[in-house]
Every structure is written in structure tokens, then in C-alpha cells.
Design a protein around this ligand. Structure first.
Ligand SMILES: Cc1ncc(C[n+]2csc(CCOP(=O)(O)OP(=O)(O)O)c2C)c(N)n1
Length: 637
């Protein structure tokens, strides 16, 4: 047993010898599990193993209570070295080692090819290289905002130092003085296709220095020196510290050492026997293969998307007397939430768009929760995600094209990590206006359609925005609340009163009816609702009966509302979104799944439009009131 919290000033000779023995046993386990699975990454696992043992033996963790709130957070960014991580976690008692060795990379087992949170002791699913340091920044930020007081460690590889997101995260850590992050970098000089200096040379020491980190270099296989370096790094409050561990891939088995092949190739039976003999260990591949046929015994971590106790405050009501924009309503609701929940840790990530995404009011009332990430969206997406699983109500606001399209894989990885991020994207659709094609985010529903967890909310006016923001803040899971840029007329009900005010409550998935009618139903989303209501009113004046359904949750259609809509002979969907993948696609899918054959006309965006006033772009795309009315008249004959 070693003391936790890096309290001992140094390792004794006996402890060094003990740790070396742990490392030897772990190397044998790494080779056995990868050979039994006939896949996996033994080389980097063997170069990183002393790093992992140092962290898991000495960080402030409770292997018998892996979810203990005050634990130090350890993120392993090079998730392919899972054999090293699993054997080190087992070494300190998180689960029986045999289970991980026998069931590595086996269908149904938690011991997946890349580290996953379902394994006790793993904090963040990785494997998409370059994202781990950002996750560590989110954990460190959460420690500060919640007062949790934990230290955050991040293990990284040298291959991933090519990635731009790593540089974004380095600068973010320094900008926010996240000095309680310690990085351990496995500098083994090898990646998949060869040596790092052949693939893409990176001067890691200079890079980390240049961004304001302190760098300590150490022999990553000398457990005594490694312990001392990490202890020194952890205690340093002047800057975040990167401990560069000089290592050898495949360390401990001569024919594997410094050989790129063993980045990702397991040993065959003959090589395995030779390697185990060199390590001085008895082979146990046959027994492992036999155990592989047995059921997995280990208890997985029970992971839920967190929901925090949020007081929604008092909703605001916007009226027709003064047009307002949805983004202004979002910014005001956000500041209201901060005021209504003074004790609730909140973070709002910004990527240099304060005036546009309307987060200034929040920054005013909760300056410590306002987190500037600069033009570093990949980092911001991951920071916001990991903070959201650590007791922080976490928002990120950006333009749609940056918060959705720029960071598709980061949002996908957030989903896999069961985050509870509230993404508020403005300037979506043609409503971005004069910024033109490059800024037209036309897939804010379609992109999230591909993920299994994300929910998409597209409010119709400032009143619905206000209530949706307050409601989503209290819900578990990832929500993308998408809106345009323009000021919008408040949507009125048939009684002439604001439809989304008074006793209206936002309920995820519910469709709201702005008009009733049975000759046709217009199903409209977001910015297009106002024009759709105007068009329906125009046709009603001409004696036709046209209903308008306001769909704010296009990925989860309300069955009762759909049954009502398909009772009409015609449905027209209207959206400021790609007509291929948004609301129209959802309605078509629902109709096909439910065997209905109502005529469907889909209005939306079918090409990137030019740069110009949003009203002109809507008119050109047939998405203004005149365009919707014309489409209705044509379809109704
Ligand atoms: C973003 C991303 N791009 C590509 C890959 C594919 N990939 C897996 S491991 C690896 C090279 C890794 O080098 P290093 O992390 O230094 O690993 P080592 O050989 O030391 O184990 C690559 C390119 C990936 N996992 N993630």
C-alpha cells in the first residue's frame, strides 16, 4: 500500500521495488489480454504503465467507492492504451484483474478497446485523440466552481500532440489559471505509422513552455523519479505543469521495444511465450482463453446524465409592442437563472462572441461563471461537456455553424460520455443574413438526429425561448437550443394574446397549436412560425381552414399532435433548415412509420443561399408568408 495524495516526500527503496514488481505483473497482464483478444494496443500500454501506476496508486481515490465526489480526476487522453489503464486500475483494487484480462474487447464487456466511463475508475471516454486535456480543463474548472477541491491529472501521448485542440486546451488552462491540472505525457517517440519525428515533428517541450506551462522532464520508467516529478508538479500553484515522461514503446520485452508494429499489434502465441519468459512471468494465455467463454462478472459503473436542482425563476413575457430577438430572450433568461440560483455552480462558455450571443448580462451577474474560450471551439465543446458531469450547470453559446458543425465529433463524444450540456446556438439558418453561405448552419436538427442522446429545441419566438431555456436548464441530458438572429414578432394565439406567455409551460416534445383547421395543417419550426401563422390567417380570410402546429422539438414528435395533423388531407412543413434533414424529414419519417398517406409538402432550404438581408433570403427560398401561402394554395388546388 502506498499513501494517497502524494503526501510522502519520496518513495523508499522498498516502495520502488514494490512498484517495479507491480509494473512487471501489469506488463504480463497487458500482453495476456491483448493476445487473448487478438487485438489491442500493447506497446503504448507498456510505455505508459509506470505513469498509470503512479497516478492510480498515489492520487486521492477510493477504489471501493469509485464515484466518491471528492476524488482526484484522472483523464486518460490516449484511450487506446486501455490495457495499461485496466491493469493499473485492477492493481489498486477497482475490480478483479482477471475479469479485465479475460474479457478485454469482448462484446458485452465493459472493458472496451478504448477507455469508457462504465469501467470503475475511468472518468472520461476517449480514443478520439486530442480531447482529453480539454476534458481535464472542464474537471478542473468544475473543481473551482463547486469548491470540490480535487486535483485533475491528464495522461497523454506524443502522437496526439499534433492536434490543434491540445493547443487550445493548453492556452485555456493558462488563461484561466487552472494550476491544479497535471499532465503526464508518454513521450515514446512512436505512433501508428512510424516514429513521431517522421510522421509530424513536434517540439513538445517548446510548445508547452510557449503556452505558459511549466515542463518537467523525467525518465518515465524510473518509478522513484516519476513519483517525485508528479508530486512536485501537483504542489506547484504557479502554473499548470506537464511532466514529460521519456519512455520506450513495448518497454520490458526486447523485441517489442521502440518498434512501431507493437503500437497496435498483439503477440502471437510463440512471441507471447518468449515475452513472458523475458519478463520472468508464467504464461497464462490458455487459462485466459478458457475464461473468455465465461460470463463477465464485473459491476459496471451506473452512469446517469446529471440534473441539478434549478429554480427556473419568473418567466418574462414579450409582447407585440416591441419586437425582440430569441437570442436576447436567451441572454436575459440566462442572467435570470444566475440570479434565481445564487448557490448553483454555473459555467457559460463563450468563444469570442459575447455581443452576438448575448451572454454579457450573465457575465455581469456571475463573472466567475463566465468562461472565455477564445476562438477554440473544439476545446470549448469538451470543457463544457466534462464540467456538466461534475456538478456544474453548463452552457455553451455560439453561432450554429461553430457550436454544431465545427465540433461535430466533440458533441458526439459528449453524448457518449453522458453529459448534460446546454448548447445554445444562435445565427442558425438563412436568418444569419448578411454573413452568407459559410455561416449558414442549416443542419442544427439534422446533425443531432445522428446522435442517440442529444435533443434539439427550436423555439418560435422570444416567449418560447425564455421558457425553453429555463425548463431545459433543469432537465438531464444534452440539449441544443437553436435560434436565428433576427427580431421576431411575438406569436399570437387565435385570441390575439401571446401564445407562449401567461400559463404556457415548455414541455419537451409537445407540439403547440397556434391555429386550428382541417383542410390543411402547416407544421412550422423556429423562425418560420410567424410567417406560417400569417399565411394560414390569409387563407382563412379567403374561406379556407388551415391549422398551424408549432413544433419546437423536431426530433421527438408528439404522437397526439401528429395524429391530429394527418387527419387533414395536406401537411406543409416549414423550416429555416435543410429540407433534407430537419422537421420535414421527421414528419415524413413519422408518417412512414405509422402507415399514413397524407399529402406532404416540405418547404425549407434546398441550397446554400447568398449573402443578404434575412427577409430577402427567406423570400427567395419561399419561406416568407407569401411563399408559404403560395405553396398552400398550389397544394390545395
Ligand atoms: C483524432 C484521431 N485521429 C486518428 C486516430 C487513430 N489513431 C489511433 S492511435 C494513433 C497514433 C497514436 O500515437 P500515440 O498516441 O503516440 O500512441 P502510441 O503509439 O504511443 O501508443 C492514431 C493516429 C485517433 N484515434 N484519433
Amino acid at each position: 500500500m502506498f499513501e494517497r495524495g502524494f503526501t510522502a516526500s519520496e518513495l523508499t527503496d522498498e516502495q520502488v521495488a514494490e512498484m517495479q514488481e507491480h509494473a512487471r505483473q501489469c506488463r504480463g497482464a497487458i500482453l495476456t489480454m491483448t493476445s487473448a483478444a487478438a487485438s489491442g494496443h500493447p506497446g503504448g500500454s507498456m510505455s505508459s504503465i509506470e505513469m498509470y501506476l503512479t497516478l492510480y496508486h498515489h492520487a486521492d481515490l477510493r477504489p471501493d467507492d469509485p464515484a466518491w465526489a471528492g476524488r482526484d480526476r484522472i483523464v486518460v487522453s490516449h484511450g487506446h492504451t486501455s490495457p495499461g489503464v485496466y491493469t493499473a486500475l485492477a492493481d489498486v483494487g477497482f475490480f478483479p484483474r482477471d475479469e479485465a484480462v479475460a474479457h478485454f474487447r469482448q462484446a458485452g464487456s465493459p472493458f472496451e478497446g478504448h477507455v469508457e466511463r462504465i469501467v470503475p475508475g475511468v472518468e472520461w471516454d476517449t480514443g478520439n485523440l486530442g480531447q482529453g486535456l480539454s476534458a481535464a480543463c472542464g474537471f478542473a474548472l468544475a473543481s473551482r466552481l463547486t469548491g470540490g477541491g480535487w486535483h485533475t491529472f491528464c495522461a497523454m501521448s506524443d502522437g496526439e500532440q499534433h492536434k490543434g485542440q491540445v493547443a487550445e486546451a493548453r492556452r485555456f488552462a493558462v488563461r484561466h489559471a487552472l494550476t491544479d491540472i497535471t499532465v503526464l505525457m508518454d513521450l515514446n517517440g512512436i505512433q501508428i505509422s512510424g516514429h513521431t519525428w517522421e510522421i509530424m515533428p513536434v517540439d513538445v517541450v517548446a510548445d508547452w513552455h510557449a503556452d505558459g506551462w511549466r515542463v518537467i522532464e523525467v525518465d518515465g520508467h524510473d518509478v522513484g523519479k516519476l513519483y517525485a516529478a508528479v508530486r512536485e508538479a501537483q504542489a506547484d500553484d504557479s502554473a499548470p505543469v506537464c511532466v514529460v515522461c521519456r519512455t520506450v514503446i513495448g518497454k520490458g520485452v526486447s523485441f517489442m521495444e521502440d518498434t512501431p508494429k507493437y503500437h497496435g499489434s498483439p503477440l502471437d502465441d510463440e512471441q507471447y511465450d518468449a515475452a513472458m519468459a523475458e519478463l520472468g512471468l508464467e504464461p497464462y494465455l490458455e487459462e485466459t482463453r478458457a475464461r473468455r467463454a465465461e460470463a463477465v462478472q464485473v459491476a459496471e459503473m451506473d452512469i446517469e446524465r446529471p440534473a441539478l436542482p434549478v429554480d427556473p425563476g419568473t418567466p418574462r413575457t414579450y409582447t407585440r409592442e416591441k419586437d425582440a430577438d430569441n437570442r436576447g430572450a436567451w441572454g436575459t433568461a440566462l442572467a435570470d437563472l444566475a440570479v434565481a440560483n445564487p448557490e448553483l455552480p454555473m459555467a457559460v462558455l463563450d468563444c469570442d462572441l459575447i455581443p452576438s450571443v448575448k451572454t454579457a448580462a450573465f457575465a455581469e451577474v456571475r463573472p466567475e461563471g463566465f468562461v472565455q474560450a477564445g476562438v477554440g471551439e473544439h476545446n470549448a465543446a469538451t470543457v463544457a461537456g466534462s464540467a456538466s458531469v461534475s456538478g456544474v450547470l453548463s452552457f455553451w453559446s455560439d453561432f450554429g455553424v461553430f457550436g454544431v458543425d465545427e465540433v461535430y465529433n466533440q458533441q458526439r463524444l459528449n453524448d457518449i460520455n453522458m453529459t448534460s450540456l446546454k448548447l445554445v446556438v444562435t445565427h442558425c439558418g438563412l436568418d444569419v443574413g448578411e454573413d452568407g453561405k459559410t455561416h449558414q448552419c442549416l443542419d442544427y436538427v439534422g446533425a443531432f438526429r445522428n446522435f442517440f442522446g442529444w435533443k434539439s429545441v427550436v423555439p418560435a419566438d422570444p416567449n418560447q425561448t425564455d421558457r425553453a431555456v429555463r425548463a431545459c436548464a433543469a432537465l438531464p441530458g444534452d440539449f441544443a437550443i437553436a435560434m436565428g438572429r433576427s427580431k421576431l414578432p411575438v406569436v399570437l394565439g387565435i385570441d390575439g394574446e401571446p401564445l407562449f406567455a401567461s400559463d404556457y409551460e415548455f414541455e419537451y416534445g409537445r407540439v403547440d397549436w397556434a391555429r386550428e383547421g382541417d383542410e390543411a395543417v402547416v407544421m412550422a419550426m423556429g423562425t418560420c412560425v410567424g410567417a406560417s401563422v400569417d399565411a394560414a390567417d390569409e387563407l382563412t380570410t379567403d374561406g379556407m381552414s388551415v391549422g398551424v402546429a408549432v413544433v419546437s422539438c423536431p426530433l421527438d414528435l408528439d404522437d397526439a399532435a401528429m395524429q391530429k395533423a394527418v387527419a387533414a388531407p395536406l401537411i406543409v412543413t416549414v423550416e429555416d433548415h435543410s429540407v433534407r434533414t430537419g422537421l420535414g424529414a421527421s414528419v415524413a419519417e413519422w408518417m412512414a412509420d405509422n402507415g399514413t398517406s397524407t399529402r406532404l409538402v416540405r418547404l425549407g432550404v434546398d441550397r446554400y443561399q447568398s449573402s443578404g438581408a434575412a427577409s430577402d433570403l427567406f423570400a427567395a427560398a419561399g419561406l416568407d408568408a407569401a411563399g408559404v401561402a403560395t405553396a398552400l394554395r398550389m397544394a390545395l388546388g
